[in-house]
Design a protein around this ligand. Sequence first.
Ligand code: GTP
Length: 232
Amino acid sequence: MKFKRVLIKISGEAIAGENGYGINEDVLRSICEGIKEAYKTGVDIAIVIGGGNIWRGKNGKKMDRTTSDHMGMLATIINGLALQAELDDLGVDTRLQTSIEMREIAEQHIRKKAIRHLEKRRVVIFAGGTGNAFFTTDTGAALRAAEINADAILLAKSVDAVYDSDPKLNPDAKRYDEISYEDILNKKLRVMDLTAVSLCMDNKIPIYLFSILEPQNIVRILNGEEIGTKIS
Ligand code: GTP
């Protein structure tokens, strides 16, 4: 395989399906089937899930940002539990770790324990983002990927690649098969939070952006197929 260990970042919206809100169990199931296929290749899999299908920190208009971000972090834990339940149901051994201590519900995040789980062939789900307000789950994904020495981040989005402008609004938008971290930062392309991109750049972690609307794309990337955009 091209990779030994990867971190898959799934946005909260991805599991909302067409409603754009909450959790669509059919969509969740098909994403988890894609994850199971990827797991069966023998590559170590860690997952970071966002919470935008429930609450996003920047949604709060009058609320203070810290409280709003805390609510967003709790949303990612709800999604983490849903993902774990579905993967368990598919017979994939999982461990859920949260960056905010929530002992009755999940394990606390301990880096070495996470690595041990991966070595024992468990899929580790990291929920709660970085555990700090003012940081996105993208940054949480970059941080965890660096911590577990992941070979790549697989960035699962509803778009299929990086474009220089929104392809839904601009039919002439340029599509990138490959792009550098610097270009993403300089052009301020909002495919991933810029803090997360610089963290990946500093730690030389390539990012593969692809569409999760076809969950088998995960295994295609692991097999070295060039779909979506590679950021390196
Ligand atoms: P090993 O140490 O490799 O055997 O890992 P393990 O995860 O199987 O052992 P452990 O006894 O730590 O965990 C057994 C189960 O309890 C797993 O499903 C864990 O996710 C869960 N677990 C462990 N610690 C906590 C915790 O603090 N809170 C909650 N809710 N579950 C936990």
